[in-house]
Design a protein around this ligand. Structure first.
Ligand SMILES: [Zn+2]
Length: 413
């Protein structure tokens, strides 16, 4: 009896051993039978971690992406873009599948090699929360300032220089006023030093009166705490600059969408040497003149073709206000009004006084119509300017940045 049991036992041992050998062959040969994949799947999808995983790792990864497993990794990467994801997958699996045929042999013999090709593909997507460095004096200032939705709490002060500074205690210009509407509201740049907000509240009705317009359209002022902007301007950093469109305010309240989509009128001809007769009107002269005549205004920037026309129209009598109107690049669809440093801002740096005279001489204007300005050559390999870091700004701007926020305002409409 015992002998029979023993022989049965040894037979079954042999049988099991035989099965194991067969199974092992199968797995090494990496045949794509369904039975093998489940075993292989286990270590892998758990993040493609496991540098410890043995030789099977390579085959497994090859079999999986080829089958339904491919979508998940792709889907995790772009949370906000489902449409492109749909088109991507067909391409992705093929390279992954084609690679393995060579891979298995070397991988089997050399287990220590930790990460085969596919794993970077899997691990990469979760990693990039691509945000700029948020701390330290080398941090790029524009992202830090753009991230602040509210002004700093406390006394208002313009700090630093127009293209290198910030704004403490910023005040918001309401998006709708009796004679103005704010454009591009989504940018959250309708903030300024109280002097700028007061200026606009006074200038809007004055400009409306001088031009016969219903009011003005206000473009960018400053971010809640001023500072460099991620796009659009070099200046506008201290809460003393504002762009105002060459365009009458319409008689209805613009919708949020209209404020984003409507474009300002271009007053300048295509060759940049004269005006566009279809858009230019005498009201524009009154509009610019009214801005330049305000005592707190330091400069009004316009395109050179506009300055030339103002010189022609105003003649010698216009020197008192024309000298503040300075030619500058672009500014063909808006004026840029810059205020003097406020008395309450000891750390604000103003620009030098504008030179005497109306700025209308041929000598003064010729530069703006030269090829150097109108047809600039871009140096091959020219580097983009270095972004402004916190270290480039006055130290007080770090204080402004880390100050508590002023109370939230009413919702914008
Ligand atoms: Zn501007």
């Amino acid at each position: 009896m015992m002998a029979r049991i023993a022989s049965l036992f040894s037979l079954s041992v042999l049988f099991v051993a035989g099965l194991l050998i067969v199974a092992d062959r199968f797995s090494v040969a990496q045949s794509q039978t369904a039975s093998e994949t489940p075993a292989a799947t286990a270590p892998l999808p758990a993040d493609g971690t496991s540098p410890t995983a043995p030789a099977q790792e390579a085959p497994t990864q090859t079999t999986i992406p080829a089958t339904p497993a491919s979508p998940p990794p792709v889907a995790t990467a772009p949370p906000d873009a489902p449409a492109p994801v749909v088109t991507a997958p067909p391409a992705a699996p093929t390279p992954v599948v084609t690679a393995p045929p060579d891979a298995p042999a070397p991988v089997v013999t050399a287990p220590p090699l930790p990460t085969p090709a596919p794993s970077p593909v899997v691990t990469a997507p979760p990693l990039p929360p691509a945000k700029p460095a948020l701390e330290g004096s080398k941090a790029v200032a524009k992202y830090l300032f753009a991230a602040k939705q509210l002004p700093s709490l406390g006394k208002a002060m313009a700090i630093g220089y127009y293209p290198s500074g910030c704004l403490a205690g910023g005040v918001e210009l309401p998006v709708n006023g009796p004679n103005w509407q704010v454009m591009r509201v989504s940018r959250n740049r309708n903030w300024g030093h109280p002097n700028l907000v007061r200026f606009l509240e006074r200038f809007a009705p004055a400009a409306a009166k001088a031009t016969g317009w219903k009011g003005i359209l206000v473009g960018d002022m400053a971010q809640p705490r001023g500072g460099p902007t991620p796009f659009g301007h070099k200046s506008h950093q201290t809460g003393l600059d504002v762009d105002i469109w060459f365009m009458p305010m319409p008689d209805h309240t613009l919708s949020a969408e209209e404020r984003e989509k409507i474009s300002a009128i271009n007053l300048v001809s295509d060759d940049w040497k004269g005006l566009n007769p279809k858009t230019w009107s005498p009201q524009q002269v009154a509009f610019i003149r009214t801005a330049a005549e305000q005592p707190e205004v330091e400069r009004v920037l316009v395109n050179a073709a506009i300055k030339k026309e103002l010189c022609r129209v105003a003649g010698k009598n216009g020197a008192s206000w024309l000298k503040k109107v300075r030619p500058w690049y672009w500014h063909h669809d808006h004026i840029h009004v810059r205020l003097k440093c406020p008395a309450d801002s000891p750390n604000c740096r103003g620009q030098p006084e504008v030179p005497e005279g109306d700025g209308c001489s041929d000598k003064e204007l010729a530069h703006w119509f030269s090829d150097k300005v109108l047809k600039p050559t871009i140096a091959p390999g020219g580097k983009p300017p270095k972004p402004i870091t916190m270290a480039d700004l006055p130290p007080a701007c770090q204080t402004v940045l880390s100050a508590p926020s002023a109370p939230a305002r009413e919702a914008k409409n």
